[in-house]
Design a protein around this ligand. Sequence first.
Ligand code: ADP
Ligand code: X15
Length: 475
Amino acid sequence: MMVPYTPESGVGMMVGYSVDDGRDHMDLDPRLPLLQDADLNGKVVLLRVDHNVVKKGKILDQYRIDVTLATMYNIVERGGRPIIMTHIGRPFDKKAKKITIRQDDSVDAVVSYLQRKLRIKFVVPQFHVNGDDQGIHDIDTSINWLIQDLRSRKIGGIYLPNTRWFAGEEDKGENLQRFVIQLAGLADVYVNDAFGSWQSHASTYHITKYLPSYAGLCLQDELCHVKLVLQPARPFVAIVAGAKYDTKIGPLTEIYKKVDHLILGGVMYNTYLCAKYGIKIKGVQESDIELAKGLVEQDKTEKKIVELTHLIESDTLEGRKDGQFRVISIKDFAPGKDYNYVVDVDPTSFEMDPCKSVLSSAETIFVNAVMGLMPHFWHGTSKMDEVIDNNIKAQKFFGGGDTLQEFKSLHPKLYHEALHSPKYYLFTGGGTVLKVIEEGDPYGLEIVKALMANKESQQQLHASHNHVNAHGRLA
Ligand SMILES: Nc1ncnc2c1ncn2[C@@H]1O[C@H](COP(=O)(O)OP(=O)(O)O)[C@@H](O)[C@H]1O
Ligand SMILES: O=C(OP(=O)(O)O)[C@H](O)COP(=O)(O)O
């Protein structure tokens, strides 16, 4: 018999019912300025997303784009006129201070995909590029025509070129000011849906000082789930591997304190091994080894780092060439020994203790890890995914552009199951989750703090308007 809904009974309604698919639903977060609360009708909305899944002009994992579709629909349906932007890759070389503009890093593939998905026409404006390597200096006024067309609905949206092609995006001085003010001049409202883009750049952070700003639905959802990583059931194991050593080594010291076990792979592990065993591995920089020494020191007493015992050494980075790669064991490491490139973890490392027992007894596993140089050295990553999945009771969090993309291409069936399984959650950003674990606070990310500060200043503005109005009426 169906029990009628009353506030007291709290049971299902006559016509509606609540759906519980076993996943945690997203609670609205009152600390954030929510997209749902923004007045969008007729407004130009500058939307920052993280569509960083294009390699050589091809989309490798549509999921990273699809998770932002709800925000895009929401904006369009509520009468907003979207100007979308994302970064692709790392075209800015911090040391040389040069921006390399390559067609491979253009947003074109994303734009074609979005046009098909959203059924709206996007235009990508073109801007003048300064010199060979200084990027785009200005959003010139030719864009005003496009914005006119956007406001009058002649076009459905504008998608800006790769945000990191702009000289101001990662700058700290005049170029930054110039870019951010020009960006703000395009729109009425800013929405950040780029949870994966945690670095404080013009389009993710500084822009919030100039426009009423809101958190998109993907950002809200990921922020909600990242709180679970901060209250892990124990034992808690983090696996961190891949290539972005510069931004990921920093958080590791704090992460180390919060986990029960840490497994390293990729460039990170190579650097750690050099620091610990006094060996040399081709491609590992001396300055990076210095940074890893802190971690080695930290682990001397607590011994949380679980070492993967067998690795793949290759004479070349060109691929898996017969006779040019071999399995090496960390047992044979001795100070002063030289190795060629270490490009993968041998799968046996995951099948042997201590790694096997640590992964099979974990209650929470966070994975931001591509274990080998892709596309040829995938064997270690593939085995890692399998061993993790075998632990059916653990809560499994995967995060990172490349991590998800490789998970999908190595185990397509499992990946699709994981998207819907309450035992998995897939974060778009791996570095972001590392940063949150480092901070120990989901609201500690600079990009989130900027949104909250914007909400506060909007509220203050409203309060002072109401005050003036009230006095006006009284007078
Ligand atoms: N041993 C290694 N040597 C060189 N590159 C590696 C090695 N292991 C992994 N990689 C590379 O790391 C990249 C992924 O790293 P990263 O961008 O940090 O991951 P994510 O996007 O998941 O955070 C992959 O392109 C892979 O080819
Ligand atoms: O792919 C991304 O990060 P991830 O590799 O940590 O998942 C994001 O797009 C952030 O890229 P960035 O670390 O170059 O700022």
